[in-house]
Design a protein around this ligand. Sequence first.
Ligand SMILES: Nc1ncnc2c1ncn2[C@@H]1O[C@H](COP(=O)(O)OP(=O)(O)OP(=O)(O)O)[C@@H](O)[C@H]1O
Ligand SMILES: [Mg+2]
Length: 301
Amino acid sequence: MTAIQITNLTKTYANGTQALKNINLQVEAGDFFALLGANGAGKTTLIGILTDLVKKTSGQVKISGCDIDHDFSKAKKFIGVVPQEINLNIFERVIDILITQAGYFGIPRQEAFGEAQMLLKRLGLWEKRMNVPRTLSGGMKRRLMIARALMHQPKVLFLDEPTAGVDVEIRHEMWQYLRELNAAGMTILLTTHYLEEVEQMCRNAAIIKGGEIIMCDSVKKLVAVMEREVYVVSVQQVKPSVVLEKYQPRVIDETTLEVELSRKDTLHDFVFHLAQAEMILTDIRPKGHRLEKLFLEVLNN
Ligand SMILES: Nc1ncnc2c1ncn2[C@@H]1O[C@H](COP(=O)(O)OP(=O)(O)OP(=O)(O)O)[C@@H](O)[C@H]1O
Ligand SMILES: [Mg+2]
């Protein structure tokens, strides 16, 4: 079962900004999926379209099999959204914010109260139930937005930078709670700038850059790619060699090789094998990996 199916999606804003360029993406039900990208990459635009807050220019989007163009009222029941910007009603008390939200989904007050109580306790906000949002800290507001998104027990939860501005301890608690929700079957898609967040929680991830998906793979593979590095190796004379075959070196010229090593293959082992191949090392230096640069660009934001 596919939770999110995006086909040839584009978005051009009225001012001409091409925020999304032919996005194709599929997220399976039960996945925990990360959308990584720098500021302005298009993450919020994409979530906006998936949750019907932003009108797409062209393409097709299906949530739990419902085409949002024809069936958004049905799809809406499956979707929970935690937006990037805090958008809590400043006049309502915490508990009422949750009960009002449940009302939009036709959930009776009594039932909503039970759900709200459970969520507020679980997210450490029960003591604050009579407060208005103005009197909550930034991290509390974020947690309240998560509780609000969960009131109607959605199948697919979208979180746009849920842990921005949240301290480390609360961040870890939020990760734990999101992992529990996912383990109980909820599909979760979140946007983030933090690779650590992705490694801790997500199974699959896509990297978006300039409105295009430039990579989409399992988190394990993305991390493995990051852990490889290309070295430029200078020797007195490049020679053909069997012992070096396992490193698949590229011959650049008669005194230069390039070799990609993962952190598992130590440099020491490579240099040892180079000596066995009777090549005299004169210099070795990291070249910097194309993907590593990309990740730095994506993540140092
Ligand atoms: N309402 C709008 N009108 C015009 N351009 C917009 C609008 N909203 C976003 N954009 C532009 O679309 C592009 C993508 O923006 P978006 O907010 O989707 O990025 P993002 O990946 O969420 O960034 P951030 O990490 O800063 O939240 C940017 O160039 C942005 O300036
Ligand atoms: Mg954003």
